[in-house]
Design a protein around this ligand. Structure first.
Ligand code: GLU
Length: 288
């Protein structure tokens, strides 16, 4: 855990929270199972497709019993169908932020739909189709908080974000002065810390934060600050050596053109979030 400031009481409670998490969480997103034998390298049509998603992000990727819901999940199903896979040929696997590149590199998943921003750094290890959505980094705070209004108001604050995310990296690179960053494994862990008063804010993409704020168990507790300070282009993570990128891009364009993109976005996040209509829907970028 990197600290830019020492915060006595908060540090103690965070250490306790970390110890608890370390005991219970295991290593989310890690699997020794090989990816489905359909394999994206052959362009689909095989027996199965292994897709990495988030399991704990309401409205985007959420595991509920044996069900998976959210915009990322629905986009994944749409794209899979266009590649020749029915829903029962999809195997969903949890892909926490810090594991995504590794899961693609070691063949544990065929593709990832998990609020996964396209970045040059990540492109050194994986490939991306898309983007299919643009979000912006923002802050989630207690509803009665008035002093955190954006990234320049974080001096002396304890923030939670997720290891391996662009959100944590941006705080470290651009806003670390006077900020203590607690790196969690998942955003739901951060939101629990915020609910318990152990951190002052959670930072990640606005659409993710809005999904937590709208959860019935947190009703009235949180607000999204609403001052986004980045552009997060959500791509479909693929192994570098793939031959499906073009097909995934075509499926995304078709999904926008036939109205499904908007329908899925409204159904999954429309009640809690107003997406940026100037930036959405984005045009898929050419595959390298
Ligand atoms: N979109 C950002 C990222 O890819 C933050 C959300 C996430 O961690 O999934 O790092």
């Amino acid at each position: 855990m990197r600290r830019t400031r020492t915060a006595g009481f908060a540090a103690l409670s965070l250490a306790a929270a970390l110890a608890l998490t370390a005991c219970s969480a295991g290593e989310p997103g890690q699997t020794d199972e090989p990816a489905g034998d359909g394999g994206t390298a052959t362009g689909g049509g095989g027996d199965s497709l292994t897709i990495g998603i988030k399991y704990d992000q309401p409205g985007l990727g959420l595991q509920e019993g044996s069900d998976y819901t959210g915009f990322d999940v629905d986009v994944a199903k749409y794209v899979a169908e266009k590649l020749g896979y029915s829903e029962d040929q999809i195997e969903f696997v949890e892909s926490v932020s810090s594991q995504r590149e590794t899961l693609l590199e070691n063949g544990s998943v065929d593709m990832i739909f998990a609020t996964y921003s396209i970045t040059d750094e990540r492109k050194e290890r994986v490939a991306f189709a898309g983007p299919y959505f643009v979000a912006g980094q923002d802050l989630l705070v207690a509803s009665d908080n008035t002093d955190i209004t954006g990234p320049d108001t974080l001096d002396g604050k304890v923030l939670c974000s997720v290891e391996g995310s662009t959100s944590a990296e941006r705080i470290r690179d651009e806003h670390s002065e006077g900020v203590e960053l607690y790196p969690a494994q998942t955003y739901s862990e951060c939101v629990e810390l915020l609910s318990a008063g152990n951190v002052d804010a959670v930072t990640t993409d606005d659409v993710i934060l809005a999904g937590y704020a709208a959860q019935p168990q947190y009703e009235g507790q949180f607000k999204v600050v609403g001052n986004p300070f980045s552009e997060e282009n959500y791509g479909v993570g693929l192994p570098q050596d793939n031959d499906v990128c073009e097909d995934v891009n075509s499926a995304i364009s078709e999904m926008v053109e036939d109205g499904t993109w908007e329908e899925l976005l409204k159904a999954n996040v429309g009640d809690s979030f107003q997406w940026n209509e100037e930036l959405n829907p984005p045009e898929p970028q050419p595959c390298a």
